[in-house]
Structures are given as C-alpha cells and as structure tokens.
Write a protein that binds this ligand. Structure first.
Ligand SMILES: [Zn+2]
Ligand SMILES: [Zn+2]
Length: 399
C-alpha cells in the first residue's frame, strides 16, 4: 500500500508549455501538490520513486475505444469490460470513454445499462469517465463496419432511452447531422451537456456546418467514414478542418489515415483541437486470424489492420495509446508538450475535466505515465497509485 504522500524524483516532467528536465513531483491524497526543478529536500516522506531520468507525461485519455485483449464494451458481461480496461491501462490510458458499437437497439439499451454499472463500480483498469455511443444515429451511406439494418434516424424519445438506460453516463454520441432529426438531436444533447460528435456522415459542407452550429463539438475519426474534401465539394472533412472550435479525433495507426494527413490536420486544426484516439476493438492485443465479432460478422486481423472478412472495409484498429503516442512522435515534428495536448489535455478540455486531469499541474490528480527513452510505458499511475508497472520497473515502482 502506498502512503498518502509520495514523491517522484529525477523525472523529465512534461507540462503543456515546457518540459522540466530534472524534475521533482510531490503527490498528496492522489493530487499533485508540488512540482519543482532539481531535488527538493523539504519533503520528509519515505515514499519516494526514482524515475532515473525517465519521462513523466500526463496519463492518456482515450475518447474512442471499443475494447482490447478479447473484451468489448459492446457486451453485457462486465468481465469483458474489465479485460479491455486492464489492457489499456498497461499502455498508459488513465481515463477513457468506453465506446459502444451499433447493435440491435434493444440489446444496445441493455448493454448500456450493464456498461454504466461496471464502469462506475470496478476499480481496476483505466478509469471510465463516461460512455461514447457510436451508432445507431449515423448515415447508411457511411456505415463503415456498422450494420446498416440496425441504424436509426434522429429521434428524441430514442436518445432519451439511450441516456436513461446508461443511467445518465453518456458523455458523447456520434451523429450524422444530415440524417432526418439529426440537428434536433444535436441541439437536444447540447442542452443536456452531452457532446455530439459528427461522424459516419455523408453530410455536405453546409450540412456539416449546420451540425457544428447546432452544437456538435467533436468529429469522430476525422476523414474515416466521412464525406471527403474535394475542391468543389468540401464535404464534412472541409467543414471540420475549416472550423476553429470543433475538436477532431484521429486514428493514428498509419492505416486509417496516411501520416501526411496527420501533418495536414495539425496545420489546419492546431495542437489544441485534435484528440488522438485508438478506436481499438477487442482484437487489440490478439494474434492475427479470423474472428467473429461485430454482431457476429467475421473480421480478419492481419498485422495492424482489421477488415470485414472478404472486403477492404476497416473495422476499427488494434492500437493502444502507447502506439498512438509513438506514431505521433514519428509522423510529425512535434514536442512532447504539444503531444501531451493531443493525447491528454484536449480530451480533458472537451469533457470539461481539465481542472482534474489532462496535464501535470498542481491541484490535478496524479494520473501519470512514465515513459522510457524509447517512449515505451514503464508505469501508469492513477490518482497517486501505480496501477501498472512493466517488469523492468516493477521493483522501483512497487515500493
Ligand atoms: Zn467508426
Ligand atoms: Zn469506433
């Protein structure tokens, strides 16, 4: 059991605007109470971790994750939810929005009820801050791996059923603004403080702008399953790239989007309005092969890619946030401070939780990731407790 007050010394501490090269951090009752440069001899606690020059960055916050290690959130079984949360904890995800996939509506409602309960009661794995429902309120023309027959039009009584089944734990809903009733639904969700995310959409530029004006604050996996940008038809992608306020998710596996597209998106949106996500499925962490997932459809995993078997349609990713972080560092010239916004701070901001999480600053929870010189996760801390440590770091981080 770690004590109430702990210090981490000898760490490279990544803050939003700078990196402290040889930093010291003090944590009391799960929150950061002191950050300084060099050694701080005024602390008397015996609970001291030596980071040995490794990098301390804010815990990753994944706004769009369906599962991992064989567990999916689109399930009634809390054991599956926990498998996924424990898998992603090891990759540095301290908080997430557990994300559901379209299923037959009545079973989605039952799943949301089970997921809301397991998310709030289980203390292992990454923290679940809320639920992101991806589908059924999306376009039949851009279904991706969702089953068209299970999709729905915008309908307020049905969104009410979604919200109440999840016991008011819905944080984000992916919506195609152009479906009948879509804009009303976005306005309705805004009033309830639930984020609408434009996605799986065939919207024209003007329809997407209408969605933003109605209150949509995010875009679900920008570029994927979305009307593209073309010079006479700027589409949903054009509307999102051209707007300064809306946040955009990106799946950074080098498969869903080319790495050059990441650099272009960075130029358009800046480092303050992009959220890197995994969109990971239950197959993240699994070997290659053919599997029955997604409403019993067969998918094939080969290397870093999952497709609906026999097609080129991508069906989520096998990413974890550590892979996302490493890819971002490789694909763009970006500082670790900037990177921490894409993987942590921006997500905290869109969720309205930036006073508690998202950066290493005094007063916030000590939700931290320790990275080695190759950017591999050595340890994940949630609210001042090391919840995961790699084999190499086990001894140091378990004291
Ligand atoms: Zn999707
Ligand atoms: Zn997804």
């Amino acid at each position: 059991m770690q004590s109430d007050t702990c210090v981490i010394r000898n760490a490279r501490i990544v803050q939003p605007e700078n990196v402290i090269p040889h930093g010291f951090l003090e944590i009391t009752k799960g929150r950061i109470v002191r950050i300084s440069e060099g050694e701080d001899s005024s602390s008397s606690t015996e609970c001291t971790f030596d980071a040995k020059g490794a990098t301390l960055t804010p815990g990753f916050i994944d706004l769009h994750v369906h599962g991992g290690n064989g567990g999916t959130f689109t399930s009634l079984d809390p054991a599956e939810h926990n498998l996924a949360r424990e898998f992603h904890l090891k990759s540095g995800t301290t908080s997430m929005l557990a994300t559901t996939h379209t299923t037959e509506f009545s079973s989605l409602l039952a799943i949301l009820s089970a997921l809301s309960k397991s998310s709030r009661s289980n203390k292992n794995g990454s923290k679940v801050l809320g639920i992101h429902t991806e589908g059924p309120f999306i376009s039949e023309y851009k279904p991706g791996a969702h089953v068209v027959a299970q999709l729905k039009l915008g309908n307020l009584p049905e969104i009410d059923e979604v919200i109440s089944s999840a016991d008011n734990f819905i944080s984000m809903v992916t919506i195609a603004p152009e479906i009948p009733g879509g804009l009303e639904m976005i306005r309705y969700l805004s009033k309830k403080n639930i984020i609408s995310s434009i996605g799986h959409t065939n919207a024209t530029y003007m329809q997407a702008i209408a969605g933003i004006e109605a209150g949509a604050r995010s875009a679900t996996h920008l570029f994927n399953a979305m009307s593209p940008l073309s010079h006479r038809d700027p589409g949903a992608v054009g509307a999102i790239l051209g707007n300064e306020e809306i946040f955009a998710e990106l799946i950074l596996d080098g498969i869903h989007i080319d790495e050059a597209i990441f650099r272009i998106a960075l130029k358009c949106k800046g480092v303050d309005h992009i959220n890197l996500i995994t969109d990971a499925t239950s197959l993240a962490g699994f070997p290659d092969g053919k599997y029955k997932v997604l409403s019993d459809r067969a998918v094939t995993k080969e290397g870093g890619k999952i497709v609906i078997s026999g097609t080129d349609t991508l069906a989520g990713s096998v990413l974890d946030m550590n892979m996302v972080y490493k890819n971002a560092a490789k694909f763009a010239r970006i500082s670790q401070s900037e990177l921490s916004k894409l993987t942590s701070l921006n997500a905290a901001k869109i969720l309205g939780k930036e006073s508690d999480i998202g950066s290493i600053e005094i007063g916030k929870f000590a939700d931290l990731v320790l990275l080695d010189s190759e950017l591999k996760v050595c340890g994940t801390m949630i609210e001042g407790q090391w919840k995961y440590s790699s084999d190499v770091w086990k001894e140091e981080l378990s004291r």
